[in-house]
Design a binder for this molecule. Structure first.
Ligand code: NAD
Length: 293
């Protein structure tokens, strides 16, 4: 099956790899060609690790990589495809730009998926006209090659047949699915993870514990792979803030960001990428304190 992945960042790259590992031919487009080059490099080393563990079946990493084709444009990527997966930055204006072009160039029966982690699917599809019936939220998790779930989200205009096709496609990738039948921002997963993070930020603000102890409590007591505060620094506190602000608009004040989070972002303390956030970091990214926010 021919698949187009639009956006070759963290998620698009992983999604393209998952599709190629499942035997699909994948055209990849990114507005920044360097991202596609970087993505091919990342895929190569990841595939080599899979091959070394004997997890590519009869394929070699080169065979899988040969199924991935950089495309010069969205039009080129969408030529003759059965499925398009959009995974560009989480900004509605950019997603609209992309889907306007996808609608113009993809075959009239292509399945259209958006990997948004929380935006309304109906809003993403508002530029698609009748093709909105073929758009479904296809929310992969990071890293897509390891995470088993694809959360499917039905927009107001999404046909039931589109949901069924998306379930079949996700199965072809070896993934499990859940279906959000109501187009509710944050879906089932992002909204729960946002509220957990927020509760940790509230405890921090109330002085219930140090950042290090709050993270340790969730890691060791509740089996979280990473503490929500350290994860916030890892993903970027500006990203945390954006997500909470849009969930507050959708679901009300229970998602209101804390003052401390706003202050950290205003001060440019965005986490690892700026050297400090809730914790402080050395140049090589190692944590150098117990958190002082
Ligand atoms: P990213 O910043 O790593 O990648 C986004 C890519 O989009 C970049 O490579 C950028 O060059 C490209 N891009 C921007 N404008 C474009 C355009 N007009 N045409 C083509 N490419 C364009 O971001 P990401 O983390 O991969 O996130 C992508 C999507 O996946 C977002 O909607 C995000 O919410 C969602 N998502 C992210 C995660 C995560 O953990 N990072 C998990 C699930 C879903």
């Amino acid at each position: 099956m021919r698949v187009a992945v639009i956006g070759a960042g963290t998620m698009g790259s992983g999604i393209a790899q998952v599709c190629a590992m499942a035997g699909h031919d994948v055209a990849v487009f990114d507005s920044d060609p360097a991202k596609v080059d970087g993505s091919l490099e990342t895929m190569r080393s990841s595939l080599d690790r899979f091959a070394a563990k004997g997890k590519l079946g009869d394929d070699t990493s080169q065979v899988v990589l040969d199924r991935v084709h950089p495309a010069p444009s969205i039009a080129g990527a969408c030529d003759g495809v059965v499925v398009v997966i959009e995974s560009v930055v989480e900004r509605i204006s950019v997603k609209h730009e992309v889907f306007t072009q996808v609608a113009a160039h993809a075959p009239g029966d292509a399945l259209l998926g958006t990997n948004t982690s929380q935006l309304s699917i109906t809003m993403v599809g508002s530029v698609l006209g009748d093709a909105a019936s073929r758009l479904v939220g296809m929310h992969f998790f990071n890293p897509p090659v390891l995470m088993r779930l694809v959360e499917l989200v039905k927009g107001l205009q999404t046909d039931e047949a589109t949901v069924t096709r998306a379930e079949e496609f996700a199965r072809s990738l070896g993934k499990e699915t859940v279906v959000c039948r109501k187009d509710s921002p944050g879906f089932m997963t992002s909204r729960v993870s946002a509220i957990v993070r927020l509760e940790c930020l509230r405890m921090l603000e109330e002085g219930v514990g140090t950042p290090a102890d709050i993270d340790k409590a969730l890691r060791l007591g509740l089996n979280f792979p990473m503490g929500p505060l350290e994860l916030g620094d890892f993903n970027g506190l500006d990203t945390y803030l954006d997500a909470l602000e849009s969930l507050e608009v959708a679901h009300g004040e229970r998602f209101r960001p804390t003052v401390t989070l706003r202050n950290l972002v205003s001060a440019g303390r965005l986490g690892r990428k700026t050297g400090s956030g809730i914790y402080r970091y050395a140049a090589d990214g190692t944590k150098v304190d117990e958190g002082a926010a």
